[in-house]
Design a protein. Structure first.
Length: 303
């Protein structure tokens, strides 16, 4: 329902009620933290809309005219309703800023988010976070549908309809078990890599998408036909450690196992797969509240 242009704004109505309550335009101006000329301007605006004076001014103060009394009586319910609306909006803002739903790729969930959450809780101790994991395609779809306030993906491209911000850098590494034939090599060729039966993440995974894109830049006719597809980073690492085959994995995911000697990284001549991990949200919007704070924390440089 369209409101007529004859209806005054809430600020003018609220000021009129204050003048009547306090008996003075000057005292009402102070109560509203505005100058007396600004208060006079609002009352003149109100009188222009009404078509009649609403205040009678004298050296003793200000009192309502009959028109002013009528407008004030009608405005009382409007101002009280606006105050209830304001209180409701404040409650919603507090709830929104104290709760956050996040969907992120497995690499982010397992290796980056715990540090981000620690810093976020230091800023906002009462924040309640719901975190779910999915591959990059699932994250993008869920954020587009509005089911999560913010998401984190690993895929090379940001889907249409999403805005993004890079939050971290990562590198994909070919890893094998220490007893694998490649473990003693200085490097392997791209042809050897594309001829091998690999353990891969499922379709839709950002790591797999980045790997396929990088390899096809060197071998356009290569068809990715993995030996085994797994949706869990831990399951892939266990399969590699048990000698099932090589895998291409995030450097974040395998750093500890490389140091411990459980896995060996194998260089591939001419192939270096670096990627950006990104925060995503619906295009045309901006992260607000806790989601904005989380995005800022994620972008901070790490030692």
């Amino acid at each position: 329902m369209r409101i007529s242009s004859r209806v005054p704004d809430l600020a003018a109505l609220d000021l009129l009620l204050s003048v009547i309550d306090l008996g003075s335009l000057g005292r009402a101006a102070q109560a509203h933290n505005i100058s007396q000329p600004s208060a006079s301007s609002r009352i003149r605006y109100l009188e222009q809309l009404v078509g009649a004076p609403v205040l009678q001014r004298s050296t003793l103060g200000s009192r309502p005219t009959p028109a002013g009394t009528l407008i004030a009586t009608l405005a009382q319910d409007v101002i009280e309703a606006a105050q209830r609306l304001d209180a409701g909006i404040s409650t919603l803002r507090r709830q929104h800023s104290s709760q956050m739903s996040v969907l992120a790729s497995q690499t982010v969930v397992e290796y980056l988010f715990p540090r981000w959450l620690k810093d976020l809780r230091a800023r906002t101790p009462d924040i309640a976070v719901t975190l779910d994991a999915g591959n990059s395609a699932q994250v993008a779809a869920a954020v587009l549908e509005g089911r999560f306030q913010i998401g984190f993906i690993e895929s090379p491209h940001v889907p249409t309809g999403l805005a993004s911000r890079a939050v971290a850098q990562d590198e994909l590494l070919v890893v094998v078990a220490p007893q694998h034939a490649w473990a003693g090599r200085t490097a392997i060729t791209i042809k050897e890599l594309t001829s091998a039966e690999l353990i891969q993440r499922e379709q839709g995974s950002g790591a797999r998408s980045a790997f396929e894109r990088a390899v096809k830049a060197h071998a356009p006719d290569w068809e990715d036909a993995p030996l085994l597809e797994l949706s869990s980073t831990t399951a892939i690492k266990n399969a590699v450690m048990n000698g099932v085959g090589p895998a291409v994995m995030s450097s974040l995911a395998v750093a500890g196992d490389l140091t411990a000697g459980n896995l060996t990284a194998v260089a591939v001549s001419g192939l270096h797969i670096r990627r950006r991990l990104r925060a995503v949200w619906p295009a045309g919007q901006r992260p607000v509240g806790a989601a904005r704070d989380l995005c800022a924390i994620a972008c901070l440089p790490r030692p």
